[in-house]
Design a protein around this ligand. Sequence first.
Ligand code: HEM
Ligand SMILES: *[C@@H]1O[C@H](CO)[C@@H](O)[C@H](O)[C@H]1NC(C)=O
Ligand SMILES: *[C@@H]1O[C@H](CO)[C@@H](O)[C@H](O)[C@H]1NC(C)=O
Ligand SMILES: *[C@@H]1O[C@H](CO)[C@@H](O)[C@H](O)[C@H]1NC(C)=O
Ligand SMILES: *[C@@H]1O[C@H](CO)[C@@H](O)[C@H](O)[C@H]1NC(C)=O
Ligand SMILES: *[C@@H]1O[C@H](CO)[C@@H](O)[C@H](O)[C@H]1NC(C)=O
Length: 308
Amino acid sequence: MAAQSTKTLFLILLSIAIMRAQGALNVHYYDQSCPQAEYIVAKTVLNASIYDPKVPPRLLRMFFHDCFIRGCDASILLDSTPGNKAEKDGPPNISIRSFYVIDDAKAKLEKACPQTVSCADTGGPYWKVPKGRKDGRVSKASDTTNLPPPTLNTTQLIQSFANRGLNIKDLVALSGAHTLGFSHCSSFVARIHNFSKLHDIDPSINAEFGSMLKKKCPRSNRSGDAGQFLDSTSSKFDNNYYKQIVAGKGVFTTDQGMYHDQRTRSIIQAFAKDQSLFFREFVASMIKLGNVGVKEVGEVRLNCKRIN
Ligand code: HEM
Ligand SMILES: *[C@@H]1O[C@H](CO)[C@@H](O)[C@H](O)[C@H]1NC(C)=O
Ligand SMILES: *[C@@H]1O[C@H](CO)[C@@H](O)[C@H](O)[C@H]1NC(C)=O
Ligand SMILES: *[C@@H]1O[C@H](CO)[C@@H](O)[C@H](O)[C@H]1NC(C)=O
Ligand SMILES: *[C@@H]1O[C@H](CO)[C@@H](O)[C@H](O)[C@H]1NC(C)=O
Ligand SMILES: *[C@@H]1O[C@H](CO)[C@@H](O)[C@H](O)[C@H]1NC(C)=O
């Protein structure tokens, strides 16, 4: 029961974050004009997650990618057009196939509160808070090279987050999203085959875990679906990701590397010991992530897939 309510709480948080990222609606605006909006979106996400457990990790990752590229402006929701390959069709797109959930939520929202979305554009009586998030008009597949690859060292990771106004604690807390994650072999295969002159497998990996990864991800001739969950309780939002890192079972160089850097190690240890501390810090850092590069000037998209 505790696990279930944790997950529910998390999904609601995620839904709110996504709605804010979409820019169509302002949180305070909601309170008065469409109080059931958050409930509608949370319910849509929850229902979709029951049918497809891949929905929460995909939406969570989508949110991260959106915010790291041109700010949280829903640029990731735009479809490619003739002559422009959009962000969603860029190289790391492979696990981001849950856009339909957002479209479904948006449709339900418009049914329940038809004037809410359209009012946002014209400035209705409740549109008193000036900071409505606006949608971006640019989405480019080539921008996905700005996402941090899983091979970075901790110094580079810290820099990548600092470039977006996120600090070291945010980096460690947000990486905890990998509690829900799955990765294809390609993102860590260099760690388990011919890693260096001296070591076939990255010595920072727990030996047993390393040979298990190797079995799952042979050097060649493996299935395109082959890969590994980023923590052993991947359907549960918990602090197990940090416990695994402490045990040398981090899947990416980025995950494990943070345990071998003095600046991040103690934060990982603290989250591994105290799940409620992790939850509090995760929520705080998600809100910060949701504020990265927010546009106050721009448009309110009528359809998430197209610029107006
Ligand atoms: C710290 C830098 C990060 C790096 C280098 C990184 C890298 C990756 C990679 C390579 C994958 C596997 C993709 C695949 O093979 O399908 C992945 C999955 C994932 N990432 Fe990250 N990530 C980072 C931070 C984040 C953050 C901040 C979040 C969210 C707040 C996040 C959420 C996820 C989720 C939920 C998945 C699983 C997706 C799925 O199961 O379909 N990641 N990440
Ligand atoms: C729940 O999700 C399924 C699968 O996406 C969908 O077919 C169904 O219409 C949804 N039901 C509600 C009440 O949203
Ligand atoms: C992901 O991107 C690749 C390379 O840009 C593209 O060929 C592929 O069709 C995309 N896959 C999905 C599911 O969007
Ligand atoms: C991290 O990688 C960068 C770029 O390859 C390198 O210059 C730097 O020395 C590395 N830092 C550490 C601590 O390994
Ligand atoms: C392993 O890497 C070394 C260079 O570090 C290279 O010379 C060798 O051919 C590689 N072995 C295989 C089997 O790929
Ligand atoms: C690759 O996989 C196929 C089908 O599983 C198998 O027939 C083939 O022998 C494998 N090739 C190598 C080089 O392992």
